[in-house]
Design a protein around this ligand. Structure first.
Ligand code: ZN
Length: 411
Protein backbone atom coordinates (compact mmCIF):
# COMPACT_ATOMS: atom_id res chain seq x y z
CA UNK A 1 0.00 0.00 0.00
CA UNK A 2 1.01 3.60 -0.39
CA UNK A 3 1.88 5.23 2.95
CA UNK A 4 0.86 8.81 3.57
CA UNK A 5 2.96 11.78 2.45
CA UNK A 6 6.37 12.28 3.95
CA UNK A 7 6.91 14.82 6.72
CA UNK A 8 10.13 16.87 6.63
CA UNK A 9 12.15 16.56 9.85
CA UNK A 10 14.76 19.32 10.26
CA UNK A 11 18.14 18.79 11.94
CA UNK A 12 18.46 20.35 15.38
CA UNK A 13 21.76 21.95 16.44
CA UNK A 14 23.32 20.69 19.69
CA UNK A 15 23.88 17.26 21.18
CA UNK A 16 21.33 14.45 20.81
CA UNK A 17 20.65 12.00 23.66
CA UNK A 18 20.36 8.23 23.12
CA UNK A 19 16.86 6.89 23.66
CA UNK A 20 15.82 4.73 26.62
CA UNK A 21 12.42 3.04 26.62
CA UNK A 22 10.39 0.88 28.97
CA UNK A 23 10.57 -2.68 27.65
CA UNK A 24 7.55 -4.81 28.63
CA UNK A 25 9.52 -8.03 28.35
CA UNK A 26 12.39 -6.81 30.54
CA UNK A 27 10.03 -4.95 32.91
CA UNK A 28 12.38 -1.97 33.05
CA UNK A 29 13.60 1.09 31.14
CA UNK A 30 16.36 -0.05 28.80
CA UNK A 31 18.67 1.71 26.38
CA UNK A 32 17.80 1.28 22.71
CA UNK A 33 21.01 0.67 20.83
CA UNK A 34 20.12 0.64 17.15
CA UNK A 35 22.69 0.33 14.39
CA UNK A 36 23.02 2.82 11.54
CA UNK A 37 19.49 1.83 10.55
CA UNK A 38 17.06 1.63 13.46
CA UNK A 39 14.28 -0.88 12.78
CA UNK A 40 10.75 -0.49 14.15
CA UNK A 41 7.46 -2.30 13.59
CA UNK A 42 4.23 -0.87 14.97
CA UNK A 43 0.98 -2.78 14.63
CA UNK A 44 -1.46 -0.96 12.41
CA UNK A 45 -5.20 -0.53 12.29
CA UNK A 46 -8.02 -2.87 11.36
CA UNK A 47 -9.82 -0.45 9.05
CA UNK A 48 -13.46 -0.96 10.03
CA UNK A 49 -13.82 2.40 11.76
CA UNK A 50 -12.13 5.80 11.80
CA UNK A 51 -8.96 6.59 13.77
CA UNK A 52 -9.89 7.44 17.35
CA UNK A 53 -7.74 9.25 19.88
CA UNK A 54 -6.48 5.99 21.36
CA UNK A 55 -4.97 5.03 18.00
CA UNK A 56 -3.62 8.53 17.55
CA UNK A 57 -1.91 8.50 20.96
CA UNK A 58 -0.20 5.19 20.15
CA UNK A 59 1.09 6.33 16.76
CA UNK A 60 2.25 9.64 18.24
CA UNK A 61 4.29 7.81 20.91
CA UNK A 62 6.11 5.76 18.28
CA UNK A 63 6.47 8.85 16.10
CA UNK A 64 8.52 10.34 18.94
CA UNK A 65 10.67 7.19 19.04
CA UNK A 66 11.22 7.67 15.30
CA UNK A 67 12.10 11.34 15.77
CA UNK A 68 14.52 10.80 18.67
CA UNK A 69 16.35 8.15 16.63
CA UNK A 70 16.54 10.54 13.66
CA UNK A 71 17.95 13.18 16.00
CA UNK A 72 20.63 10.66 17.01
CA UNK A 73 21.67 10.30 13.38
CA UNK A 74 20.08 6.92 12.66
CA UNK A 75 18.14 6.18 9.56
CA UNK A 76 14.85 4.61 10.57
CA UNK A 77 13.24 1.67 8.79
CA UNK A 78 9.67 1.85 10.01
CA UNK A 79 7.11 -0.78 9.06
CA UNK A 80 3.38 -0.73 9.79
CA UNK A 81 0.67 -3.16 8.69
CA UNK A 82 -3.01 -2.74 7.91
CA UNK A 83 -5.19 -5.68 8.94
CA UNK A 84 -7.41 -5.34 5.90
CA UNK A 85 -9.01 -8.75 6.37
CA UNK A 86 -10.21 -9.93 9.78
CA UNK A 87 -13.42 -10.74 11.66
CA UNK A 88 -14.18 -7.20 13.00
CA UNK A 89 -13.99 -5.81 9.47
CA UNK A 90 -16.35 -8.46 8.11
CA UNK A 91 -18.75 -8.02 11.04
CA UNK A 92 -18.94 -4.24 10.55
CA UNK A 93 -19.43 -4.61 6.78
CA UNK A 94 -22.26 -7.05 7.34
CA UNK A 95 -23.91 -4.86 9.98
CA UNK A 96 -23.81 -1.86 7.63
CA UNK A 97 -24.67 -3.85 4.48
CA UNK A 98 -21.46 -2.69 2.90
CA UNK A 99 -18.77 -4.35 0.80
CA UNK A 100 -15.90 -5.13 3.21
CA UNK A 101 -13.31 -4.14 0.57
CA UNK A 102 -14.87 -0.71 0.12
CA UNK A 103 -15.11 -0.24 3.91
CA UNK A 104 -11.43 -1.13 4.36
CA UNK A 105 -10.32 1.17 1.54
CA UNK A 106 -12.33 4.10 2.85
CA UNK A 107 -11.17 3.79 6.46
CA UNK A 108 -7.55 3.24 5.42
CA UNK A 109 -7.70 6.41 3.32
CA UNK A 110 -9.12 8.34 6.28
CA UNK A 111 -6.39 6.94 8.54
CA UNK A 112 -3.73 8.19 6.11
CA UNK A 113 -5.30 11.67 6.16
CA UNK A 114 -5.43 11.69 9.96
CA UNK A 115 -1.78 10.64 10.27
CA UNK A 116 -0.73 13.26 7.75
CA UNK A 117 -2.69 15.97 9.57
CA UNK A 118 -1.05 14.95 12.87
CA UNK A 119 2.38 15.10 11.14
CA UNK A 120 3.29 11.50 11.92
CA UNK A 121 6.40 10.50 9.94
CA UNK A 122 5.13 7.74 7.60
CA UNK A 123 6.41 4.16 7.56
CA UNK A 124 8.75 3.13 4.73
CA UNK A 125 6.62 0.00 4.32
CA UNK A 126 2.87 0.25 4.85
CA UNK A 127 1.69 -3.27 4.20
CA UNK A 128 -1.77 -4.79 3.96
CA UNK A 129 -2.61 -8.31 5.12
CA UNK A 130 -4.31 -9.12 1.81
CA UNK A 131 -1.27 -8.21 -0.26
CA UNK A 132 0.87 -10.35 2.10
CA UNK A 133 -1.14 -13.55 1.72
CA UNK A 134 1.50 -15.36 -0.42
CA UNK A 135 4.14 -14.64 2.26
CA UNK A 136 1.78 -15.81 5.01
CA UNK A 137 0.89 -19.02 3.16
CA UNK A 138 4.58 -19.83 2.79
CA UNK A 139 5.12 -19.29 6.53
CA UNK A 140 2.17 -21.50 7.50
CA UNK A 141 3.60 -24.23 5.24
CA UNK A 142 6.92 -24.00 7.07
CA UNK A 143 5.28 -24.14 10.50
CA UNK A 144 3.29 -27.23 9.45
CA UNK A 145 6.43 -28.89 8.09
CA UNK A 146 8.41 -28.25 11.29
CA UNK A 147 5.63 -29.52 13.56
CA UNK A 148 4.96 -26.10 15.10
CA UNK A 149 1.50 -26.12 13.53
CA UNK A 150 -1.30 -28.62 13.01
CA UNK A 151 -4.47 -28.87 11.01
CA UNK A 152 -7.81 -29.63 12.63
CA UNK A 153 -9.60 -32.77 11.55
CA UNK A 154 -12.85 -30.93 11.02
CA UNK A 155 -15.36 -29.87 8.42
CA UNK A 156 -13.36 -26.59 8.45
CA UNK A 157 -9.72 -27.73 8.49
CA UNK A 158 -8.26 -24.63 10.19
CA UNK A 159 -4.54 -24.57 10.97
CA UNK A 160 -3.33 -23.77 14.51
CA UNK A 161 -0.01 -22.96 16.15
CA UNK A 162 1.21 -25.09 19.05
CA UNK A 163 1.67 -22.20 21.44
CA UNK A 164 4.71 -23.67 23.18
CA UNK A 165 6.50 -24.52 19.90
CA UNK A 166 9.13 -21.80 20.19
CA UNK A 167 10.14 -22.93 23.68
CA UNK A 168 9.94 -19.39 25.04
CA UNK A 169 6.24 -18.67 25.09
CA UNK A 170 5.41 -16.07 27.75
CA UNK A 171 8.67 -14.13 27.77
CA UNK A 172 7.19 -11.08 26.08
CA UNK A 173 4.17 -10.49 28.37
CA UNK A 174 5.43 -12.30 31.49
CA UNK A 175 1.77 -13.10 32.22
CA UNK A 176 0.80 -16.16 34.24
CA UNK A 177 -1.40 -18.87 32.76
CA UNK A 178 -4.65 -17.50 34.16
CA UNK A 179 -4.01 -13.98 32.86
CA UNK A 180 -3.10 -15.37 29.46
CA UNK A 181 -6.30 -17.37 29.27
CA UNK A 182 -8.38 -14.37 30.28
CA UNK A 183 -6.90 -12.05 27.65
CA UNK A 184 -6.90 -14.76 25.00
CA UNK A 185 -10.66 -15.17 25.37
CA UNK A 186 -11.25 -11.41 25.61
CA UNK A 187 -9.05 -10.29 22.71
CA UNK A 188 -10.02 -12.32 19.70
CA UNK A 189 -8.80 -15.80 20.71
CA UNK A 190 -10.96 -18.92 20.47
CA UNK A 191 -10.18 -21.05 23.55
CA UNK A 192 -13.31 -23.16 23.09
CA UNK A 193 -12.78 -24.11 19.45
CA UNK A 194 -13.41 -27.86 19.35
CA UNK A 195 -10.54 -30.02 18.18
CA UNK A 196 -7.65 -27.81 19.30
CA UNK A 197 -4.86 -29.51 21.24
CA UNK A 198 -4.75 -26.68 23.79
CA UNK A 199 -7.09 -23.71 24.44
CA UNK A 200 -4.23 -21.22 23.93
CA UNK A 201 -3.19 -22.49 20.49
CA UNK A 202 -3.63 -19.63 18.01
CA UNK A 203 -5.18 -19.58 14.57
CA UNK A 204 -2.76 -19.39 11.64
CA UNK A 205 -5.04 -20.11 8.69
CA UNK A 206 -8.84 -20.07 8.74
CA UNK A 207 -10.30 -22.46 6.19
CA UNK A 208 -12.96 -21.00 3.90
CA UNK A 209 -16.54 -20.66 5.20
CA UNK A 210 -19.65 -19.98 3.18
CA UNK A 211 -20.21 -16.25 2.83
CA UNK A 212 -16.67 -15.29 3.92
CA UNK A 213 -13.89 -14.11 1.63
CA UNK A 214 -11.12 -16.64 1.07
CA UNK A 215 -8.00 -17.03 -1.02
CA UNK A 216 -6.87 -20.12 -2.92
CA UNK A 217 -3.55 -21.46 -1.72
CA UNK A 218 -1.53 -24.62 -1.31
CA UNK A 219 -3.00 -24.79 2.22
CA UNK A 220 -6.49 -24.94 0.75
CA UNK A 221 -8.80 -21.92 0.42
CA UNK A 222 -8.87 -19.67 3.48
CA UNK A 223 -7.57 -16.50 5.08
CA UNK A 224 -4.76 -15.62 7.48
CA UNK A 225 -4.73 -15.37 11.26
CA UNK A 226 -3.87 -11.99 12.72
CA UNK A 227 -0.72 -12.67 14.77
CA UNK A 228 1.12 -14.39 11.94
CA UNK A 229 0.37 -11.48 9.63
CA UNK A 230 2.56 -9.19 11.75
CA UNK A 231 5.30 -11.83 12.23
CA UNK A 232 5.67 -12.33 8.49
CA UNK A 233 5.41 -8.68 7.45
CA UNK A 234 8.04 -7.73 10.05
CA UNK A 235 10.39 -10.66 9.36
CA UNK A 236 10.35 -10.19 5.60
CA UNK A 237 11.10 -6.49 5.78
CA UNK A 238 13.11 -5.92 8.96
CA UNK A 239 14.54 -9.35 9.70
CA UNK A 240 14.71 -10.98 13.11
CA UNK A 241 16.05 -9.00 16.07
CA UNK A 242 14.73 -5.59 15.01
CA UNK A 243 14.85 -2.81 17.58
CA UNK A 244 11.28 -2.06 18.66
CA UNK A 245 7.97 -3.89 18.33
CA UNK A 246 5.29 -1.41 19.30
CA UNK A 247 1.57 -1.08 19.84
CA UNK A 248 -1.11 -0.38 22.40
CA UNK A 249 -0.98 -2.17 25.75
CA UNK A 250 -3.98 -4.29 24.68
CA UNK A 251 -1.61 -5.98 22.21
CA UNK A 252 0.81 -7.27 24.88
CA UNK A 253 -1.14 -10.53 24.94
CA UNK A 254 -2.02 -12.46 22.89
CA UNK A 255 -0.95 -10.49 19.82
CA UNK A 256 2.68 -9.63 20.51
CA UNK A 257 3.38 -12.84 22.42
CA UNK A 258 2.20 -14.89 19.44
CA UNK A 259 3.81 -12.66 16.79
CA UNK A 260 7.12 -13.28 18.56
CA UNK A 261 6.52 -17.01 19.05
CA UNK A 262 5.52 -17.51 15.40
CA UNK A 263 8.59 -15.66 14.11
CA UNK A 264 10.94 -17.44 16.50
CA UNK A 265 9.49 -20.84 15.49
CA UNK A 266 9.86 -19.92 11.82
CA UNK A 267 13.51 -18.94 12.12
CA UNK A 268 14.69 -21.01 15.08
CA UNK A 269 16.26 -17.81 16.37
CA UNK A 270 15.57 -15.37 19.19
CA UNK A 271 14.39 -12.68 19.85
CA UNK A 272 11.81 -11.44 17.36
CA UNK A 273 12.34 -7.87 18.62
CA UNK A 274 14.95 -6.47 20.99
CA UNK A 275 12.35 -4.37 22.79
CA UNK A 276 8.59 -4.63 23.19
CA UNK A 277 7.10 -1.21 23.86
CA UNK A 278 3.48 -0.44 24.67
CA UNK A 279 1.35 2.67 24.86
CA UNK A 280 -1.46 3.13 27.38
CA UNK A 281 -5.15 3.38 26.58
CA UNK A 282 -7.09 6.63 26.20
CA UNK A 283 -10.44 7.00 27.94
CA UNK A 284 -13.12 9.67 27.64
CA UNK A 285 -13.99 11.68 30.75
CA UNK A 286 -12.78 8.88 33.00
CA UNK A 287 -14.36 5.98 31.09
CA UNK A 288 -12.59 3.54 28.83
CA UNK A 289 -13.03 4.58 25.18
CA UNK A 290 -14.48 1.66 23.29
CA UNK A 291 -16.74 0.94 20.39
CA UNK A 292 -19.14 -0.96 22.65
CA UNK A 293 -19.65 2.11 24.86
CA UNK A 294 -20.11 4.31 21.79
CA UNK A 295 -17.82 6.98 23.26
CA UNK A 296 -15.05 7.04 20.65
CA UNK A 297 -13.62 10.44 19.77
CA UNK A 298 -12.39 10.42 16.18
CA UNK A 299 -9.49 12.49 14.90
CA UNK A 300 -11.40 13.16 11.67
CA UNK A 301 -14.41 14.46 13.66
CA UNK A 302 -12.18 16.91 15.52
CA UNK A 303 -10.60 17.97 12.23
CA UNK A 304 -14.09 18.42 10.83
CA UNK A 305 -14.79 20.75 13.75
CA UNK A 306 -11.74 22.80 12.67
CA UNK A 307 -9.62 21.80 15.64
CA UNK A 308 -5.95 22.43 14.82
CA UNK A 309 -4.27 18.98 14.61
CA UNK A 310 -1.25 20.48 16.38
CA UNK A 311 -3.48 21.21 19.39
CA UNK A 312 -4.64 17.56 19.36
CA UNK A 313 -1.00 16.53 19.22
CA UNK A 314 -0.05 18.71 22.18
CA UNK A 315 -3.10 17.58 24.17
CA UNK A 316 -2.19 13.90 23.70
CA UNK A 317 1.49 14.50 24.48
CA UNK A 318 0.61 16.16 27.80
CA UNK A 319 0.44 12.76 29.49
CA UNK A 320 2.91 9.90 29.68
CA UNK A 321 2.54 7.52 26.75
CA UNK A 322 2.53 4.45 29.00
CA UNK A 323 -0.20 5.56 31.38
CA UNK A 324 -3.88 4.98 30.73
CA UNK A 325 -5.36 8.44 30.64
CA UNK A 326 -8.49 10.34 29.84
CA UNK A 327 -9.38 12.70 27.02
CA UNK A 328 -11.38 15.70 28.15
CA UNK A 329 -12.53 18.95 26.59
CA UNK A 330 -10.17 20.70 29.04
CA UNK A 331 -7.19 18.75 27.70
CA UNK A 332 -7.92 19.98 24.20
CA UNK A 333 -8.44 23.57 25.42
CA UNK A 334 -5.11 23.40 27.25
CA UNK A 335 -3.40 22.02 24.12
CA UNK A 336 -4.78 24.86 22.01
CA UNK A 337 -3.72 27.47 24.58
CA UNK A 338 -0.19 26.04 24.74
CA UNK A 339 0.04 26.03 20.95
CA UNK A 340 -1.05 29.68 20.81
CA UNK A 341 1.51 30.69 23.47
CA UNK A 342 4.36 28.89 21.75
CA UNK A 343 3.42 30.38 18.38
CA UNK A 344 3.35 33.84 19.91
CA UNK A 345 6.79 33.33 21.47
CA UNK A 346 8.50 32.10 18.28
CA UNK A 347 7.19 35.17 16.44
CA UNK A 348 9.33 37.43 18.66
CA UNK A 349 12.36 39.03 17.01
CA UNK A 350 14.54 38.06 19.95
CA UNK A 351 14.14 36.03 23.10
CA UNK A 352 16.13 34.43 25.93
CA UNK A 353 18.71 31.88 24.80
CA UNK A 354 17.02 28.60 23.85
CA UNK A 355 19.93 26.18 24.16
CA UNK A 356 19.13 25.07 27.71
CA UNK A 357 15.45 24.54 26.84
CA UNK A 358 16.38 22.41 23.81
CA UNK A 359 18.84 20.38 25.91
CA UNK A 360 16.08 19.81 28.49
CA UNK A 361 13.65 18.80 25.74
CA UNK A 362 16.14 16.20 24.50
CA UNK A 363 16.89 14.95 28.02
CA UNK A 364 13.23 14.44 28.83
CA UNK A 365 12.31 12.72 25.58
CA UNK A 366 15.29 10.39 25.75
CA UNK A 367 14.12 9.30 29.22
CA UNK A 368 11.30 6.97 28.12
CA UNK A 369 9.53 9.81 26.29
CA UNK A 370 8.74 11.99 29.29
CA UNK A 371 6.65 14.33 27.16
CA UNK A 372 4.98 16.13 30.04
CA UNK A 373 8.28 17.49 31.32
CA UNK A 374 9.51 18.05 27.76
CA UNK A 375 6.50 20.31 27.11
CA UNK A 376 7.13 22.18 30.33
CA UNK A 377 10.69 22.96 29.25
CA UNK A 378 9.30 24.77 26.21
CA UNK A 379 6.55 26.39 28.33
CA UNK A 380 9.19 27.85 30.64
CA UNK A 381 11.16 29.29 27.73
CA UNK A 382 8.01 30.74 26.11
CA UNK A 383 6.87 32.24 29.41
CA UNK A 384 10.19 34.00 29.91
CA UNK A 385 10.28 35.12 26.28
CA UNK A 386 6.81 36.67 26.52
CA UNK A 387 7.23 38.28 29.93
CA UNK A 388 10.89 39.18 30.46
CA UNK A 389 12.11 38.98 26.85
CA UNK A 390 15.69 38.46 25.76
CA UNK A 391 18.29 39.49 23.23
CA UNK A 392 19.05 36.23 21.43
CA UNK A 393 17.86 36.77 17.84
CA UNK A 394 18.36 33.10 16.94
CA UNK A 395 16.40 31.66 19.87
CA UNK A 396 12.86 31.74 18.38
CA UNK A 397 14.06 29.89 15.25
CA UNK A 398 15.91 27.30 17.34
CA UNK A 399 12.79 26.56 19.38
CA UNK A 400 10.69 26.37 16.22
CA UNK A 401 13.13 23.84 14.71
CA UNK A 402 13.47 21.72 17.87
CA UNK A 403 9.70 21.59 18.50
CA UNK A 404 9.13 20.63 14.86
CA UNK A 405 11.85 17.93 14.74
CA UNK A 406 11.47 16.38 18.18
CA UNK A 407 7.80 16.87 19.06
CA UNK A 408 6.41 16.99 15.52
CA UNK A 409 4.58 20.23 16.27
CA UNK A 410 4.66 22.86 13.54
CA UNK A 411 4.54 26.33 15.01
ZN1 ZN B 1 0.48 -6.65 14.87
Amino acid sequence: MQPWSSVPVPRVPGTPRPLRLFDTSAGSVEPTEPGAVARMYVCGITPYDATHLGHAATYLAFDLVHRVWLDNGHQVHYVQNVTDIDDPLLERAERDHEDWVVLAMRETALFREDMEALRVVPPADFVGAVESIPEIVEAVGKLLASGAAYRLDDEHPDIYFRHRASGRFGYESNYDDETMRGFFAERGGDPDRAGKEHPLDALLWRAARDGEPSWESELGPGRPGWHLECSVIALNRLGLGFDVQGGGSDLIFPHHEFSAAHAESLTGEFPFAKHYVHAGMIGLDGEKMSKSKGNLVFVSRLRGDRVDPMAIRLALLDGHYRTDRSWTADALTAGAARLARWRQAVELESAPSAEAAVAELRDRLSDDLDTQRALRAIDAWAEEALTTGGSDAGAPALIRTAVDALLGVEL
